[in-house]
Design a binder for this molecule. Structure first.
Ligand code: ATP
Length: 343
């Protein structure tokens, strides 16, 4: 099936040819009817990529194909894309219906079709009852729903979502994630979301695209990426923070919940790598303790374990068991080697 959006060797440099690339030689296929997220730390090129797809920025190299056609030079208004931004950008003097209808009217659709579609879009986001109100009478979450209804109403070939939830408080953000996913599933639209929040990306994505310094680090189904990050950058970004130096394994990582702490004289068994360690910190977290241990000197010697009991104190000696099947083998990250990106 033709991907709805294809990026073919796309780069963007804001300065001249000598300047650093904000996006560098990016190849990407966005699958139809799926939820794709562009994820990465601040400055990694997510927004620049989205703006190129939207047509607000021209790539300095490469091509953008929409529905299989070269659209690199197509202006934004000819791309049939729906956009939701962080700021809702609603018209304050217009009713919700008129806000949603605005894009439909500018497409010169018949009046009854405009009314019907605006009504359907407001119903989709659960705001039919408030159709006559003005945006100023709504909460932030409700305003964002109107912005979503407006974007969906034009039946775009792609829904572009530029950090749409980042202005909402933490609880509402989680609620709105579910809403976003429901709307995407019900409409079957292809969605591309920009976010720096890995939890958001893990929850929403059919396909997750992790960028670093303008380059692609890893892409795929979050269920495949999360247990098997390709390199240290991706692992750290997804919250892995144990990078033990084990003889003969190359770079590896392991999640704190898989690190077991045993009494110092207990054997770890053949299925685990064992290390002698000293407890350096214990943080009580209610259902468990987060225990930090040192297995020697250097950054790779500090390990964190999610420990079920509150029975350890700094200075205690323990035996650390790292189950072999939980060790994730990593390739070195090229982009990380040179970048020192803001996290
Ligand atoms: N208008 C601009 N002029 C010059 N440089 C820019 C401009 N916009 C972005 N950049 C640079 O391009 C790089 C990528 O920026 P971009 O906004 O795409 O990152 P991002 O991943 O979306 O970050 P954030 O999460 O902070 O929005 C950064 O180094 C940024 O400083």
């Amino acid at each position: 099936m033709t991907p709805v959006v294809r990026l073919d060797g796309v780069s963007h440099r804001f300065g001249g040819p000598e300047s650093a690339a904000a996006v560098a030689d990016l190849d990407l296929d966005v699958p139809r009817g799926k939820f794709t997220t562009l994820l990465g730390p601040s400055g990694c090129g997510k927004t620049t990529t989205l703006r190129m797809i939207a047509g607000f920025l021209r790539p300095t190299a490469g091509r953008i194909l929409l529905e299989g056609e070269d659209a690199t030079a197509t202006p934004p208004e000819k791309r049939n894309l729906g956009t939701v931004h962080q700021s809702y950008a609603l018209f304050p003097h217009m009713s919700l219906t008129d806000n949603v209808a605005f894009g439909l009217r500018s497409r010169r659709l018949p009046a009854d079709e405009v009314r019907r579609r605006a009504g359907e879009a407001l119903e989709l986001v659960g705001l039919s009852h408030a159709a006559a109100r003005k945006p100023g009478e709504l909460s932030g979450g409700q305003q964002q729903r109107v912005a979503l209804a407006r974007a969906v109403a034009i039946r775009p070939s792609v829904l572009l979502l530029d950090e749409p939830l980042s202005n909402l408080d933490a609880r509402l953000r989680v609620q709105m994630r579910r809403e976003l996913l429901r709307v995407q599933r019900e409409t079957g639209l292809t969605a591309i979301l920009v976010t720096h929040d890995q939890d958001e990306a893990l929850e929403l994505s059919d396909s997750m695209v992790i960028l670093n310094g303008g380059r692609l680090e890893q892409e795929g189904d979050p269920r495949e990426i999360f247990p098997a990050p390709a390199n240290r950058f991706v692992a750290e970004f997804l919250g892995y923070d144990n990078f033990p130096d084990l003889p003969g394994t190359g770079p590896v990582t392991i999640r704190p919940e898989h690190v077991r702490l045993l009494p110092p004289d207990r054997g770890e068994g053949d299925d685990a790598v064992g290390l002698d360690a000293t407890v350096t910190g214990v943080t009580y977290q209610g259902s468990h303790c987060l225990v930090e241990v040192a297995t020697g000197e250097g950054p790779g010697a500090t390990l964190r374990s999610v420990h079920p009991d509150d029975d350890l104190r700094p200075g205690d000696r323990v035996r650390v068991a790292l189950p072999r099947h939980r060790l994730v083998h990593l390739a070195p990250s090229e982009a990380q080697a040179g970048s020192g990106e803001e996290r």
